[in-house]
Design a protein. Structure first.
Length: 298
């Protein structure tokens, strides 16, 4: 019998210590995978793309009356009849908060998925930590670390996770300051109203959020038929369907409506919303989130 959202028998949803030990054992391998993902996209990682004071060249643009003559790039201007200014990238340290949902529902992995939702979420969080650290940004994990800047940021986060006996399922977001970014990685299966209530504090504080929904293909497609038992990984509640295929259409509609409502709300706030399936590449989400962060910083 299939169990949508079921928890592995070796790790009960209420056994926080057992889950912490399993996570600690997985983190070293997940860090290696995160660095592998980073290496596949690093060629396209070009900083924050915001004009300012720095050493890295960003772009040439036409000179505007009133700007300092010293900013003109005479070599580029000599190529045609226009006068150009050389812009440089903004290099001031920026704080990016990272968080991956540690709740029991993230343990789910169907037969068609390459990894569990928790593993994918942690790989993405560590990959972002690696990239952001290399770019000189400050990173932090709510409820785990304060903002810090270090070239080995991903390794430091991984070490903190390995020694953490408990990671809060709903961390306090009220300490995040205006103009910072936060990347929240979850399956976002809670009622949309609850998720919005939790995240409203970010909107009121001027924090820009990037939501990454991790989805197992079985959760989206509902491939079950016949007599099937489903179990809620959070409460342990079970539901037995005599003919599961009769629930498929209604289930798919509700699943899609939840995603559309939450993503539409996020877009209205100027946030980004990315869906990453566990049978697809993690690098796909990494590239999309970086693009969203870069565009938001212009």
């Amino acid at each position: 019998m299939a169990s949508l959202g079921a928890v592995s028998p070796a790790v009960a949803p209420r056994d926080a210590l057992a889950r912490a030990r399993v996570r600690a054992a997985l983190v070293p391998d997940l860090l290696i995978e995160a660095r592998r993902v980073v290496n596949t996209v690093i060629a396209g990682w070009h900083g924050r793309r915001k004009r300012g004071i720095g050493e890295n060249f960003w772009q040439f643009r036409p000179y505007v009356d009133g700007e300092a003559i010293a900013r003109i790039d005479w070599r580029r201007s000599a190529r045609d009849d226009h006068t150009y200014v050389r812009d440089r990238e903004w290099e001031a340290a920026h704080t990016v908060w990272l968080w991956a949902d540690p709740s029991a529902s993230m343990l789910y992995q169907s037969k068609t998925a390459n990894v569990s939702k928790e593993s994918r979420a942690l790989v993405l969080a560590l990959a972002l930590a690696e990239l952001l650290s290399r770019s000189g940004e400050r990173i932090a994990w709510p409820g785990l670390t304060d903002p810090f800047s270090a070239r080995n940021g991903a390794e430091r986060l991984a070490a903190q996770m390995m020694h953490a006996a408990h990671l809060p399922t709903r961390p306090d977001l009220s300490t995040m300051k205006r103009f910072s970014d936060v990347v929240l990685i979850s399956d976002f299966l809670d009622p949309v109203e609850e998720t919005r209530e939790w995240l409203d504090v970010l909107a009121t504080r001027g924090v820009r959020a990037h939501l990454i929904e991790i989805s197992d293909p079985a959760e989206e497609e509902f491939p079950y038929s016949g007599r099937t038992e489903f179990q809620d990984p959070e409460t342990g509640t079970k539901l037995t369907a005599g003919r599961a295929e009769t629930l498929r259409e209604d289930y798919r509609n509700l699943y899609a409506a939840r995603r559309e409502e939450l993503s539409a709300w996020a877009r209205k706030l100027g946030w980004s919303y990315t869906v990453n399936h566990t049978d697809k590449l993690a690098s796909d989400a990494l590239v999309r989130v970086h693009l969203a962060m870069s565009q938001g910083g212009r």
